[in-house]
Design a protein around this ligand. Sequence first.
Ligand SMILES: *Cc1c(COP(=O)(O)O)cnc(C)c1O
Length: 341
Amino acid sequence: MAAAGRERPPIDWDSLTFSFTETDRMFVANGSWEDGWSEGRMVDFQPLNLSPAACVLNYGQGLFEGMKARRTPDGKITLFRPEMNARRAAEGARRLVMPEVSESMFIKAVKKVAEENKRWVPPHGKGELYLRPILFGSSARLGVSPAEEYMFVVFAVPVGPYFKGGMTPISLRVSQNHHRAAPGGSGGVKAIGNYAPGMMPSKRAKSEGYSEIIYLDAVEHNYVEEVGAANFFCVKDGIVYTPELTGTILPGITRLSIIELARSMGLTVVEEKVSIDFALSCDEAFCAGTAAVISPIGSIQHGEIEEDFGGVGDTTLALYERLTGIMGGALEDSFNWTVEV
Ligand SMILES: *Cc1c(COP(=O)(O)O)cnc(C)c1O
């Protein structure tokens, strides 16, 4: 067994938060333009050895993925649509000029990491094992150009709710001075460089009592793009709206699944530009992502306006129950979204 014999304190499943914990095992593969990818290997969790001139450290040539392994009521461990994460990572690799990891290698690696860390998969309903694949240019590079060598690493962390309080509606503020992504940039892929610039506005909003910020588009500062690192949805007169993917919005797998699920439930889903004024006029709003799953939005502050959405809306709750039911294995997965590890 992995890392058997190490002394470990018992895990308190009831106090899990979305924070880092070191687990037992991780996956590491090396690649290069010349030789392609090595098969990769499972090793004990450990620091990586990198040149200070590594392309990823100096120029941000890297991307990440985020997905979860869950325990079903009958004790199996499943992943949710892992092939979608593999495809998105491959798309990101092309955008950042990195060698693609094949879908089969990606899925084999995440399954292996879930399996060899299975004691960290929380009991059904208590949380998930968050899997974090990362891909980056690892070799030294002085000029701004792609590295010769790459690493693909997958580690795992047991997590609880992303927002404190779970299904308690969160309060958000529209960022007036900062944007997440510009047309032609890298907003549509999980490039590591997209995230640090959001820390300052997000930190400031949090220090003033908000859970996260809402980004508007960088051109007109009028259309809703995302909520921090989650996609945005709103509901008006029973119709579900979400911003269309224009290249600046990250194509979330949770977002796609909600659209498909809502349509299967007979709801109308409209993907189009969603102006902030329209969003504020809606009956319900929520954000969606692997980490946040579905988090109801209780209020949005935008300039002088503070719009209150009240409690958790009926449509939000229905989508939440269906989606988490399928993800966790408590409801039948008629879409074939879940994959057993
Ligand atoms: C990862 C991410 C999301 C959500 O994507 P999922 O595939 O649903 O986890 C949304 N927005 C941003 C900016 C992200 O990085």
